[in-house]
Design a protein around this ligand. Structure first.
Ligand SMILES: [Zn+2]
Length: 301
């Protein structure tokens, strides 16, 4: 077996961790294979071709519409495709990513179009729309539970296999960079989804961009760290709202390292995404009545 495909469970032998190229750093991501079901196709074209030779893949379930999770779709065009209805429009028409990321008519939008080309991405037809709590019985031993966990995108799903207690959390990715910078994202929903997953009996957690995490307490600890990053972002935003006479808009907090503590080579994209994410914090803080709207901006309540 190739070294990027690793068995995960002794109880359920036919579940594999499929490691993404470059350890799943963007624009790649990890996948999980359960018999002939593959979740996500962003491991890289090269690895996907190898994987297809090792295993028949007849079903592809997509966790969400982001390019780093669906880039290999066209290589599996004989398979049945599944995703949540809220993410189906972008998966079937990848050009919609540009308005969904809010990057139309910008240099970043042009770069994204080039990346879509470079990754060899193509539209596919989604055969089947999944629903929250739906269970897929796969082979004799696998019961795969679909969990609609919106926030990162509107139709983002996580997956839980009941017999092995393995979960694939998609881009509730337990890294240092929680992301909700597209127009269909919601921080309020993201936090609810995190809470839902953290209350589940997970023994092995796989995410789109991290090595597997083993053990209930380790997983719980990682969830707590992830949640604290979101709260720190709240704090940084609130610390900017000092004068009640001066309402603040998300755009006023641009380029202040509120979300990204360091900007990278993707700075132009990060600046746009950051303003969108700050908007999601304002939405949350407003709902919690910590801040309030005044003159098209926000002040402390
Ligand atoms: Zn994503």
């Amino acid at each position: 077996m190739d070294d990027f495909v690793k068995p995960l469970s002794e109880e359920v032998e036919s579940i594999f961790f499929v490691e993404g190229e470059q350890n799943a750093r963007y624009p790649y991501s990890h996948s999980i294979l359960l018999e002939d079901y593959l979740i996500d196709t962003g491991i890289s074209h090269k690895r996907l071709r190898k994987l297809k030779k090792l295993f028949p893949i007849n079903h592809v379930i997509l966790s969400h519409w982001h390019e780093d999770h669906i880039s290999g779709n066209a290589l599996l065009d004989g398979a049945m495709f599944y995703c949540h209805s809220r993410d189906k429009p972008v998966i079937e028409n990848i050009r919609k990513m540009i308005p969904y990321y809010g990057v139309e008519n910008s240099k970043v939008g042009e770069e994204l179009k080039s990346l879509i080309e470079l990754l060899g991405m193509k539209n596919i037809k989604v055969d089947y729309v999944t629903e929250d709590n739906q269970i897929f019985n796969i082979g004799e031993n696998i019961k795969l539970n679909i969990l609609h966990t919106p926030g990162h995108t509107a139709g983002h799903c996580a997956f839980y296999e009941k017999n092995s207690k393995i979960a694939f959390l998609g881009d509730i990715d337990l890294t240092k960079y929680p992301y909700y910078g597209n127009i269909d994202a919601s921080l309020i929903e993201f936090e609810k989804s995190i809470e839902r997953l953290n209350n589940m009996d997970i023994e092995i957690a796989i995410t789109g961009h991290r090595d597997p995490i083993y053990g209930r307490s380790e997983i719980n600890e990682e969830f707590e760290k992830y949640k604290s990053i979101l709260l720190q972002r709240d704090e940084r935003i609130l610390s900017q709202l000092t004068e009640r006479s001066k309402p603040i808009k998300p755009i006023d907090l641009k380029n202040k390292n509120i979300i990204y503590r360091k900007y990278t080579i993707f700075k132009e994209f990060e600046l746009l995404a950051e303003v969108l994410m700050i908007e999601k914090h304002f939405e949350k803080l407003n709902e919690k009545k910590i801040i309030t709207i005044k003159n098209n901006g926000y002040i402390l309540n």
